[in-house]
Design a protein around this ligand. Structure first.
Ligand code: FAD
Length: 307
């Protein structure tokens, strides 16, 4: 059995693995896709101490660093069940393998909800973006749109308005769903337009990068084109925790509830990164949370009764 089994091999899982292995305890990582979301990222400019890098390069560094230690990496394996059996936790994979461990760290990350219109996939990282903290500065002095009028969309629009030339916020419903205080702030900004009752139907581009988008006025059915350089999709971030429903405490949004030490509702099970309730989903934060959960797991193991 492992001392620590980490489920998920993104920045949080990698940090957890390094911290655990450095304690000399038996460490395993089971990951659907080692590297996680950074594999889909082009430029990373906000990982403190690395001025500029690319996602796939960053993922290779993560893996090299983990492999420098004695860590059992089980890649291309999806966990589907977590349960306690006697003194040990059992994680079952979709292939039917059962991995046993004294403690578990869940770091399965999250995925952005997509609008699923022509052009979105083609121009991902070439104008279609999901993270204003990450990609906002790339659009300095340009026109962008934000799709989604919930809290995250309106926050993104306010944030971007301070960096870019102009923001068009597009909301599907007839009203914004964001908190009133955010809406007031949004409407006070001079370089923001809000279009409600509008369904985005296509992201336009020149073959290399985004040049605009098309939306349908849902009342009249008319199509309109907006010229811009960037489209920020802000219609939700889905935690990869569906498989844990009923096993441990999740928020109504499906995030794993953790305390300041990364402890979940089950003693011995910890969680870190985008899959948890920790606010602000960023690499540097996921890495810190992974390290923290790992130290908390080590602390837990230290206190287990000797066999
Ligand atoms: P993830 O990176 O999501 O990793 C989750 C891991 O768990 C993966 O290995 C996955 O395969 C695995 N997994 C999921 N489900 C299972 C399962 N059931 N069983 C086994 N394994 C599973 N952040 C920044 O700080 N700067 C940026 O510039 C930046 N740009 C971004 C650009 C894009 C396009 C995207 C999508 C995100 C960007 N982010 C950026 C956000 C950043 O990538 C995330 O905050 C970070 O990757 C979260 O790390 P994590 O380890 O919590 O989760």
């Amino acid at each position: 059995a492992f001392d620590v089994l980490i489920v998920g091999g993104g920045p949080a899982g990698a940090a957890a693995a390094i911290y655990a292995a450095r304690k000399g305890i038996r460490t395993g990582v089971v990951a659907d896709r080692f590297g996680g979301q950074v594999l889909d990222t082009l430029a990373i400019e906000n990982f403190v101490s690395v001025k500029e890098t690319e996602g796939p390069k960053f993922a290779v560094s993560l893996e090299e660093h983990v492999k420098h230690y004695d860590v059992d990496i089980m890649n291309l394996q999806r966990a589907s069940k977590l349960e306690k059996s006697g003194q040990l936790f059992e994680v079952t994979t979709e292939d039917g393998a059962v991995l046993k461990s004294k403690s578990v760290i869940l770091s399965t990350g999250a995925r952005w909800r997509e609008i699923n219109v022509p052009g979105e996939k083609e121009y991902k990282n070439h104008g279609v973006a999901y993270c204003p903290h990450c990609d906002g500065p790339l659009f300095k002095g340009k026109r962008v749109s934000v799709i989604g009028g919930g809290n995250s969309g309106v926050e993104a629009a306010i944030d971007l308005a301070g960096i870019v030339e102009h923001v068009t916020l597009i909301e599907f419903g007839n009203e914004l769903r964001a908190d009133a205080v955010l809406q007031r702030k949004l409407y006070s900004l001079k370089n923001v337009d809000v279009i409600k009752g509008a369904q985005t139907t296509e992201v336009l581009g020149d073959g290399k990068k985004v040049t605009g988008l098309v939306y349908k006025d849902r009342a009249s059915g008319e199509l309109h084109t907006v010229e811009l350089a960037g489209v920020f999709v802000q219609i939700g971030l889905i935690p990869n925790a569906e498989w844990l429903k009923g096993t441990l405490e999740l928020t109504p949004h499906g995030e794993i509830e953790v305390d300041a030490r990364g402890e979940t509702s089950i003693p011995g099970v910890f969680a870190a990164g985008d899959v948890t309730t920790v606010p602000f989903k960023q690499i540097v934060i996921a890495v810190g949370e992974g390290a923290k959960a790992s130290l908390a797991a080590f602390d837990y193991l230290m206190r287990l009764p000797t066999e």
